[in-house]
Unconditional design. Structure first.
Length: 266
């Protein structure tokens, strides 16, 4: 009589790997002083902190509006400049269109831009250009190049080369090759990348201000230092509202571009 086959046959190496992972988690928790008692105490402290934040109260409306406006401006400018810079870098980094001597340096630039968190990059630019929105814009441009450049290069590497070869066989120059052979295959994905990066920059623009790179983050940090927690709550709610509005606008922009692309194809 045949025994029923098991979907996942027992594997001693897999079991050993899971045991090793569990042991490492316990070891890491002990090294990082992560205990259940401390966690429960943190929940109690967090509940009291939230109680001090409610109800939200806008004590400095002019400062709040200025910070939100500056964060929005930083996000939009950084996204625009980042997209402009990412296009040629992502194109050069595509290994199916460019030779290795050109693609690998471009991929190294993309990897370098992705190596550090935007807040760390913002600290470097604050030291270089001083406090203010310029440092935040430059930091988020670097972050945009690292994200969009990588995804754009990967999108180009996944295209069908038949359309590219057809355009090339007609004797078209290189720019026409990109316009008619490459761009139509990656346009919809690139619009998605760009709108997501705008959304990401909106969030990051609220963080870089904590280190002096402009935006609402500086106002939030100052409110924390003053123990003005009801104003902190108001700032957080305004940030959430700004992100939600940005998400709606990004969805609308994505729909407009994609619908226009469908019309052009027809």
């Amino acid at each position: 009589m045949k025994t029923a086959a098991r979907a996942f046959a027992p594997n001693p190496l897999t079991a050993l790997a899971w045991l090793g992972l569990a042991a490492y988690i316990v070891y890491a928790c002990s090294r990082l002083d992560f205990t259940w008692t401390r966690f429960m105490s943190g929940l109690d402290n967090g509940a009291r902190f939230v109680g001090r934040m409610l109800p939200p109260h806008i004590t400095q409306p002019d400062t709040l509006l200025k910070g939100l406006t500056e964060s929005l401006e930083i996000a939009i400018l950084a996204s625009f400049l980042g997209i402009i810079v990412s296009l040629p870098i992502g194109l050069i980094a595509a290994r199916n269109l460019m030779p290795a001597w050109a693609s690998w340096p471009a991929r190294a630039v993309i990897a370098l831009c992705r190596s550090f968190h935007p807040v760390i990059v913002a600290i470097l630019f604050v030291k270089a250009v001083g406090f203010g929105a310029l440092a935040g814009i430059l930091a988020l441009v670097v972050a945009s190049v690292g994200f969009i450049g990588k995804l754009f290069a990967e999108a180009i590497e996944e295209i069908s080369l038949k359309q590219v070869e057809a355009v090339r066989a007609s004797g078209a120059p290189f720019m026409s090759l990109l316009s008619y052979g490459v761009l139509p295959q990656v346009f919809s994905r690139f619009v998605g990348f760009a709108t997501y990066q705008l959304d990401s920059n909106l969030r990051n623009s609220t963080m870089v201000g904590i280190v002096g790179a402009g935006g609402i983050g500086g106002t939030l940090f100052a409110a924390f230092q003053r123990f003005d927690y009801d104003f902190v709550c108001a700032i957080l709610l305004c940030i959430i509202g700004m992100i939600m509005v940005g998400e709606v606008l990004a969805t609308w922009v994505r729909g407009v571009f994609l619908e226009r692309g469908k019309v052009d194809e027809e």
